[in-house]
Write a protein that binds this ligand. Structure first.
Ligand code: SIN
Ligand code: FE2
Length: 200
């Protein structure tokens, strides 16, 4: 494992070994069975390239009504609980004693990306956001709190964990592209990203 600090983003390269990655994928499959991935639309009606679902008391959603946290999946069912192996990563690396209330599940298929944004729909920015990467490599771009500033990029690989806290909590970030098929963890390729958030 190697630890990298880039503009306040704490990056734990290779934090999860292959056994831990397999256990997380199994846990995510259970979540997706109860709460299927959906391809949401932005408030302006643009379909996102990333597919999403969530676990926990809240899920982050977007539709014509806007970006927000919701206590139910768009189909009307409560979100499944955050799996224990996911919580274990939070306990080990978040540095805080509060539990996350949302585990957002992002799935990047071939060609999917996520434009530069801030995570700012939470009630407080005092808590970190923790991100777990599984599957194909993703080019992660990191900037500052202001729009249009300088950015730096790193390739995130399966098993990497990023903690966005302190100065990085409101920093811009996004995924420019993935290397589809670069990792054999997910049978049909693609990249899974889990982000853990304290919402209320
Ligand atoms: C996100 O910002 O929600 C996702 C980040 C990632 O996919 O690495
Ligand atoms: Fe984000």
């Amino acid at each position: 494992m190697a630890h990298l600090s880039v503009a306040g983003f704490e990056i734990y390269k290779g934090y999860l070994d292959s056994g831990a990655q397999d256990r997380l994928v199994t846990a995510v499959r259970d979540v997706v069975r109860d709460a299927p991935l959906v391809r949401p639309v932005t408030p302006r009606g643009q379909p996102m390239s990333v597919q999403m679902t969530a676990a926990g008391q809240y899920g982050w959603i977007t539709d014509r009504q806007g970006y927000r946290y919701a206590s139910k999946h768009p189909r009307g069912t409560p979100w499944p609980a955050i799996p224990e192996p996911v919580l274990a990563v939070w306990r080990a690396l978040s540095g805080v004693d509060r539990h996350p209330e949302c585990c957002l599940v992002n799935f990047y298929g071939e060609g999917a990306r996520m434009s530069l944004h801030q995570d700012r729909d939470e009630a407080s920015y005092d808590w970190p956001v923790l991100s777990i990467s599984l599957g194909d490599d993703g080019l992660f771009r990191m900037g500052g709190a202001m729009r249009g500033g300088k950015t730096q990029s790193v390739w995130l690989h399966s098993g990497d964990v990023v903690v966005m806290g302190g100065d990085a909590r409101l920093a811009h970030h996004g995924v420019d592209r993935i290397r589809f098929g670069s990792c054999s963890l997910l049978e049909n390729g693609g990249r899974l990203n889990l982000t853990l958030r304290v919402v209320t």
